[in-house]
Design a protein around this ligand. Structure first.
Ligand code: C2E
Ligand code: CA
Ligand code: CA
Ligand code: CA
Length: 277
């Protein structure tokens, strides 16, 4: 830990235990990005509630580490975020996702894919060119790409974030606010962002059938989104009860284990066929 005032690095026993493995992971991640197929994307379907039809999928990165086995993104994304590595990782993920969208299009399946952007990515002035170039390289229409950002990411540097988001939106890429409800935002603030979709955080959805407070939050998020002309997505939809409650509240799209877990690309078309969606 670095003392903010003096800049002196101090070792406290709590962090010491974790530091070597963070460093090792960071090195391994660098290597994984350079020359291996250790990083793969899994895709989780998004289902339009009114028609019970699939309307896209979210790409979620998976790391098959040669020694440690599967490493969760919850573990390595924060490590990548603490360094510039997240920008390279994002480019890698974007390329994999767009290549997959192209493959599905070639097989006659139109499946728009959403990719997660870390806060740092919104500060990367080369992101817009990167996205434009990758869309061209894979011959994917911009409307087939969705990008998910959190409110907190936008708050970090609102002016720069807004410029990046506006550029992406003008390209035709759709934008979503991810994990809605976990950060701050006001209607006035959201209104200024060129976003198309509001994703209600799974923690509220998961508890909405047990907790009145969470049910109220989900309801007001849906109403707010609709008042702003946004499509509202509920994530973490695990049960029939969730689906019923969300339909009742007029939620547009649902995503969660109730429909499908994130799965390898090669399983998606088969899942579409067997689920009839
Ligand atoms: P997220 O963007 O909120 O993604 C949704 C997470 O919820 C995923 O976890 C997904 O597997 C999980 N999930 C989906 N349905 C359910 C459900 O019904 N119940 C429960 N309990 N969980 C559900 P995952 O794949 O472990 O990803 C965790 C986080 O890591 C993501 O949260 C996202 O913030 C980050 N992440 C994943 N892939 C990427 C990536 O390519 N780039 C960046 N920057 N972040 C990523
Ligand atoms: Ca997401
Ligand atoms: Ca989320
Ligand atoms: Ca999240």
């Amino acid at each position: 830990a670095k003392d903010a005032k003096t800049g002196v690095v101090m070792y406290d026993p709590g962090t010491l235990v974790h530091q070597p493995s963070r460093l090792v992971l960071l090195g391994d991640l660098r290597r994984a990005l350079d020359r291996t197929d250790e990083l793969v994307l899994h895709y989780q379907p998004k289902v339009a509630l009114n028609m019970d039809q699939v309307c896209g999928a979210e790409a979620l990165v998976r790391w098959h580490h040669p020694v440690r086995g599967m490493v969760s993104p919850a573990e390595f994304i924060p490590i990548a975020e603490s360094t510039g590595l997240i920008n390279r990782l994002t480019v890698h993920v974007l390329a994999l996702a767009l290549r997959q969208v192209r493959r599905w299009l070639d097989d006659g399946h139109e499946i728009p894919v959403a990719v997660n952007l870390s806060p740092r990515c919104l500060l990367d002035t080369s992101l817009l060119d990167t996205v434009r170039n990758l869309l061209t390289r894979y011959g994917v229409p911009a409307r087939m790409l969705r990008l998910e950002v959190t409110e907190t990411a936008v708050m970090g540097n609102p002016a720069l974030a807004l410029a990046t988001l506006t550029g992406l939106h003008e390209l035709g890429v759709r934008l979503a606010i991810d994990d809605y409800g976990t950060g701050y935002s006001s209607m006035a603030y959201l209104k200024r962002l060129p976003v198309d979709e509001l994703k209600v955080d799974r923690s509220f959805v998961l508890n909405m059938t047990a907790s009145d407070n969470d049910a109220i939050l989900v309801r007001s998020a849906i109403d707010l989104g609709h008042n702003l002309g946004l499509t509202v997505v509920a994530e973490g939809v695990e049960t029939d009860q969730h689906v019923e409650a969300l339909r009742h509240l007029g939620c547009d799209i649902a995503q969660g284990y109730h429909f499908a877990r994130p799965m390898p690309a090669e399983d998606v078309v088969e899942w579409l066929r067997t689920s009839g969606r």
